[in-house]
Design a protein around this ligand. Sequence first.
Ligand code: TXA
Ligand code: MG
Length: 342
Amino acid sequence: METIIATVDKNMDNEKKYKQAVDILKSGEVVAFPTETVYGLGAIATDEQAVQKIFAAKGRPSDNPLIVHIGRQEEVSNYATGITPEAEKLMAAYWPGPLTLVLPKIPGVIAENVTPGVDTVGLRMPDHPVALELLRTLREPLAAPSANRSGKPSPTEASHVYEDLKGLIPLILDGGKTGVGVESTVIDMTTTPPAILRPGGVTKEMIETLIGPVQVENKVSDEKAPRAPGMKYAHYAPEAPLYLIGNESDQIAVAIESLHEEGKKVALIGPDELDIPKVDWFFAIGSEADHEAMAANLYRALRQCDETDADIILAVETDLAGVGAAVMNRLTKAADGKWYKD
Ligand code: TXA
Ligand code: MG
């Protein structure tokens, strides 16, 4: 299969490109598209066979629920019930935006393989002009996980999607680099109090200001596979082992020195402010104080580590305020929870 990349830009006539994407989706195929978080690989969420093609292209097992994307808030009631006043407040404040609400599903509407084994559905309205125009032209909901091959970091640029999925999908809509850079916050609205299942761009602080205290699931893996807990699929892990490390420059410099003595080449991911002259590769992802920048640049840095021949990757911890929680969550998963100790 040839994979076409169609650039969608506000200075261009894009009508034909959206029409092509809609035609492909309506024919039961998948299309990759930008959202404000990461690129998604979409299929019409009511079409079981189309959704199956997402799993085939990603090489991902199909035991995990997928997020359903909608173009208008009113559509929520087509797919979910039990929309509490708290859910209404969150939608009013943060949609469109990087927030997925898990709500009781209306049975028989969304395809079974989108929500396998659960009686809920995760819904979100993405805040990206291309995603919204696509959804509104299509007039159907899109099931869309991140558009990467299973085992790779989520794509934040169309070129990442192409690297992973060329020859496997017909079309990528290229809307440039994504803004938030990590997947949406997922909040389960069916528990009391609601529970954050995955931290993201809409922070715990932002949610609690609006609806009061929430629970946080603090597992390393957010990938709840409710039907078969033993079947959680592996998260992105870089080719070289990745370890978390504290943010003290001296400590980092000592660690690198001792790794060099063992003959190991080191890649470092951390804030712009770090000045570690002897490291073999340094991927600066943003200022220490700017968690948003760190989230936006994190996945590209992880991909860049895989292009080096580093023997070990050290990733500097961030504090957990605001979007820092999402950055640490993704780094902790990539490290499989390991901290560097010399
Ligand atoms: O930012 C994002 O959310 C991206 C972009 C493309 O929109 N999409 C994304 O989708 O990350 P996906 O399908 O990979 O997210 C799946 C995760 C599950 O692993 C689970 O954590 C949560 O979302 N989820 C989805 N539906 C759920 C449900 N019904 N119950 C519990 N968790 C659910
Ligand atoms: Mg993903």
